[in-house]
Design a protein around this ligand. Structure first.
Ligand code: AP5
Length: 226
């Protein structure tokens, strides 16, 4: 069967959505769509969108739904999205989820398959303040749990590792509060629609990968089931 599936990775900041989404996207041959990465790229390129979202992201608040949806709709129109994709960090509000449903239907997709990454908040501060990301290829490291071989340098492409501006403890606190306020209700929303799977994402990266693979049964060329 042709692979045509929308996957959504849901979970608080630092739950490991990006780490696992990169791997699953590669394994399944589908694009990894991180709205956070898209906004950070707009900020670094200094576009009009980047100028609008920069102060919002620096405060750890959510970008208004309208700006998010415009960007996502545009990205979904790219040819590489025709066969499926994995969303990381989107949707994040009920209006985003409702609008995504309409957009998926219009593009011939069924219900999305959603995985909730469950991690207690106390583990997240360490993960986020220890995160370093490759400025070239986006590879994610953690100085405590997944360090690069040479400090500050990406193992894969030799790129310089950088820290995100919103990983400062005071901003992380606001991001976690925004998650509880605006995004956590999506867990029940998708559970009630019967499309939610959940992984205990508090273990190590390999352990979470194995749990996720059991849920997705994802292999190259294969269908993804929940
Ligand atoms: P975004 O970039 O989406 O950030 P986030 O959701 O806060 O998630 P993170 O990227 O911080 O965490 P992650 O779960 O991907 O964890 P990672 O794999 O990197 O959003 C940033 C901002 O953009 C938002 O605050 C908002 O302003 C805006 N925005 C984006 N999308 C939006 C939307 N839809 N609506 C409105 N606004 C939006 O892992 C974290 C660290 O932990 C890494 O160092 C990693 O190595 C380590 N790690 C990962 N897994 C494990 C593990 N199992 N054990 C130990 N360490 C681990």
């Amino acid at each position: 069967m042709a692979f045509k599936r929308a996957l959504i990775f849901l979970g608080p900041p630092g739950a490991g959505k990006g780490t696992q989404a990169k791997r699953v996207a590669k394994q399944c041959g589908i694009p990894h769509l991180s709205t956070g990465d898209m906004f950070r790229e707009a900020v670094s390129r200094g576009t009009e969108l980047g100028r609008q979202v920069r102060p919002i992201m620096e405060r750890g608040e959510l970008v208004p739904d309208e700006l998010v949806m415009q960007m996502v709709e545009e990205r979904l129109s790219w040819p590489d999205c025709q066969g499926g994709f994995v969303f990381d960090g989107f949707p994040r509000t009920l209006p985003q989820a409702e609008r995504l449903n309409g957009s998926l239907r219009a593009r011939g997709f069924g219900d999305p398959k959603v995985v909730d990454f469950a991690v207690p908040h106390e583990k997240l501060m360490r993960r986020l303040t220890g995160r370093w990301t490759c400025s070239v290829g986006g590879e994610i490291y953690n100085i405590y749990d997944a360090p690069p071989k040479v400090p500050g340098i990406c193992d894969r492409d030799g790129g310089k590792l950088v820290q995100r501006a919103d990983d400062r403890p005071e901003v992380v606190r606001e991001r976690l509060a925004a998650y509880d306020r605006q995004t956590r209700p999506l867990v029940d929303y998708y559970r009630q629609r019967g499309v939610l799977g959940s992984v205990d994402a508090s273990g190590g990266i390999e352990e979470v990968s194995r749990a996720l693979d059991r849920i997705l049964q994802c292999a190259k060329g294969a269908d993804v089931r929940l």
